[in-house]
Design a protein. Structure first.
Length: 81
């Protein structure tokens, strides 16, 4: 039996999101599947200039319905372990 912890859960969710994104990319050209493959973009870009130190960080997440389904399936698989 595998020891369950938060890192393993996060890994499962990440793999589920990537699998869903790949599925959405493969189904992009199917006309009837557009509701599954359309993406919403979430972006976060904090910036700071502290005279001695400055940083600029950008994070963008493109999420589709298939990505969400993949994450839910990953959580379900994690719980079954």
């Amino acid at each position: 039996m595998m020891k369950k912890n938060a890192w393993i859960l996060m890994l499962f969710i990440l793999i589920g999101l990537v699998a869903g994104a790949l599925g959405a990319r493969w189904l992009k050209r199917v006309p009837g599947a557009s509701f599954l493959t359309d993406t919403a973009q979430l972006a976060w870009s904090p910036k700071a200039d502290l005279l001695v130190l400055s940083f600029d960080f950008s994070l963008r997440i493109d999420i589709s319905l298939l990505s969400i389904v993949g994450a839910i399936a990953a959580i379900w698989l994690y719980r079954k372990l």
